[in-house]
Design a protein around this ligand. Structure first.
Ligand code: PXL
Length: 269
């Protein structure tokens, strides 16, 4: 059995965070495990505003012991970390167990969230986790923050940000969210491995129900790596996975709608 781990927040609504990761791992046929960094809740009495409840350092370390020391992984990803100790502990376990297939999804904010952007936390993430990752998967906003440029708003700017992020010491960069660029008629994401830029293009799906899709892409790449694909092959497959998921996204209520990772199995069975 291929073992896949996520170190991430729990999204009580089920669409993002470790819930999205585990659903995706399952669709790929892997065995999913999760170390919970925090619990995110959404308040139906306050317009679905988010609240975040971090778990203690002790609780996080105990989970990492279970997963990395007690079981072992073929691939792992990190999502919303939100405390310095979650970053430090993730780096400690990924290094100690020499996890080669580590995907860094640098989650900084989530839509509707009231988490303030935290530059010190982002700097720590770049210092401790970026050098350990096989691939980093920022959206355009996160790419701008990491590259220390304005949020890219053209393909040229995305490429420039990808280069800068690569130069920080990560071998593969995948910038998600090219669908948000001006005048876009297709959804274009950019993959960069230090030599070639590759554009991953799919139909532009016009939906506001995109909750959790960033997490899902990173989880799909993690699963692909765990099953032995290289970083580019894993990213190509993840792009197919998210396109299907988005084509089948749906509303949970008036505020939120997730992609649908189960669309994958329906398409192939
Ligand atoms: O989609 C970003 C995200 C990641 N992780 C958790 C979240 C969210 C957004 O809601 O709740 C736990």
């Amino acid at each position: 059995m291929i073992k896949l781990a996520t170190i991430a927040g729990s999204d009580a609504s089920g669409g993002a965070g470790l819930e999205a990761d585990l659903k995706t791992f399952q669709e790929y046929g892997g065995y999913g495990m999760a170390a919970v960094t925090l619990i995110a809740t959404m308040n139906p009495h306050k317009d679905w505003s988010h609240e975040v409840f971090p778990l203690t350092e002790e609780a996080l370390r105990a989970q990492l012991e279970t997963i990395f020391t007690g079981i072992g992984v073929d691939a792992a990803k990190t999502g919303m970390l939100a405390t310095p100790y979650a970053i430090e502990l993730s780096a400690e376990y990924i290094s100690k167990y020499k996890v080669q297939n580590y995907v860094l999804d640098p989650v900084m904010i989530c839509k509707g969230g009231n988490l303030p952007l935290n530059p010190e936390l982002n700097a720590l993430l770049i210092k401790k986790l970026l050098p350990l990752a096989k691939i980093i998967t920022p959206n355009v906003f996160e790419a701008g923050q990491i590259a220390q440029v304005e949020t890219p708003s053209s393909l040229e700017e995305i490429k420039e940000a990808a280069k800068r992020i690569y130069d920080l010491g990560v071998p593969n960069v995948f910038i998600k969210g090219g669908s948000k660029l001006k005048d876009q008629t297709a959804s274009i994401d950019v993959f960069y491995d230090g030599s070639d830029f590759r554009y991953l293009e799919a139909e532009l799906i016009k939906t506001e129900w995109t909750h959790g899709c960033g997490c899902t892409v990173a989880a799909a790449i993690t699963a692909g790596l765990g099953f032995g694909l290289d970083a580019y092959e894993a990213t190509l497959r993840a792009k197919k996975f998210i396109t299907l998921s988005l084509r089948n996204s749906f509303a949970l209520n008036q505020w939120v709608g997730p992609g649908n990772p189960a669309a994958w199995r329906k398409a192939f069975n």
